[in-house]
Design a protein around this ligand. Structure first.
Ligand code: C2E
Ligand code: CA
Ligand code: CA
Ligand code: CA
Length: 278
């Protein structure tokens, strides 16, 4: 029994070691990825529910790893957040997204806003306004064609969030609240935040046809956004029934696999030229 106990301990110990070695390796690889520009942006169209037109795109990061191929954000964003690497990675995303949007405009595509996800660390970063304004100047993108997505958890410190949001508004960019409904935003404070749009989280959208509670929540969020003069977009729309429900409940915009998954630049450009065929 004594023998076994020691082995268990050693197994546990070496597991722990390999976990931290893996983390360290991943962190170093992320640093290298930044230097070698291994990150790429994919783009998911945001569609006007009445006209079916593409009225925006969300930029979503991918890691084109030399050995592993295309790595999805849930495999590296959490560690990037913990290690602080999300700040330089987020800056790369912001610059790349603004640059690409400016290029599309120069090429004659109808101007649409590009949405960029901001991490908590970026949002509470000192001089966020200065950094974003610098990128906008460098890329010559008109600020109204940039939308920043923050999550509800970033609005928990209400005063700080209002202050940061006011600074972003001074720049002329748009702000939306991502994954809306999954956090604890007080509806009372919602009207005090200088924001433009709510993005209804896909966990509610997923079950609107099967769960009357989710249907009620989605309908209520949409009605509320109209009262507060906010725009509203539903995420994760995968079926025609969900789309119909959202249309009947006067949702403005939709995003999801029903229209298109996130795609690379060329595929997105094809959709911008020819529209989306579902
Ligand atoms: P998110 O911001 O909520 O992005 C939406 C995610 O839902 C994307 O996953 C997208 O591919 C997926 N999605 C879109 N439509 C559908 C649908 O109809 N059904 C289903 N099942 N999924 C759908 P992705 O690209 O893997 O990104 C995951 C998360 O990683 C993002 O969630 C965001 O939190 C984070 N992320 C991605 N890019 C960035 C970035 O540049 N910066 C930061 N800070 N986070 C990022
Ligand atoms: Ca998002
Ligand atoms: Ca989301
Ligand atoms: Ca999310």
């Amino acid at each position: 029994a004594k023998e076994k106990g020691r082995n268990d301990f050693q197994i546990f110990n070496s597991d722990m070691k390999s976990v931290s070695i893996n983390r360290l390796r991943l962190e170093n690889e992320l640093r290298r990825a930044l230097v070698n520009e291994e990150f790429v942006l994919y783009y998911q169209p945001q569609v006007d529910i009445g006209s079916g037109r593409i009225v925006g795109v969300e930029a979503l990061i991918r890691w084109n790893h030399p050995d592993k191929g295309m790595v999805m954000p849930n495999h590296f964003i959490p560690l990037a957040e913990e290690s602080g690497l999300i700040v330089p990675i987020g800056e790369w995303v912001l610059r790349a997204a603004c640059k690409q949007n400016k290029t599309w405009q120069s090429e004659g595509y109808a101007p649409i806003p590009i949405s960029v996800n901001l991490s908590m660390r970026q949002f509470f970063q000192h001089n966020l306004k200065g950094k974003i304004s610098h990128v906008l100047e460098q890329t010559e993108l008109d600020p109204r064609y940039l939308e920043l997505e923050i999550t509800e958890s970033m609005t928990m410190d209400v005063d700080h969030a209002i202050q940061s949001l006011l600074e972003l508004k001074e720049l002329g960019v748009n702000v939306s609240i991502d994954d809306f409904g999954t956090g604890y935003s007080s509806l009372y404070y919602l009207k005090k935040f200088p924001i433009d749009k709510l993005k209804i989280d896909r966990s509610f959208v997923r079950d609107i046809m099967v769960d009357p509670n989710d249907a009620a929540i989605v309908a209520t969020i949409i009605a509320m956004t109209h009262h507060l003069n906010l725009k509203v977009i539903a995420e994760g729309v995968e079926t025609e029934d969900q789309l119909k429900f959202l249309y009947q409940n006067r949702c403005n915009e939709v995003q999801g696999y029903w229209f298109s998954p996130p795609v690379d630049r060329l595929e997105l450009e094809h959709m911008l030229r020819h529209g989306i065929s579902v």
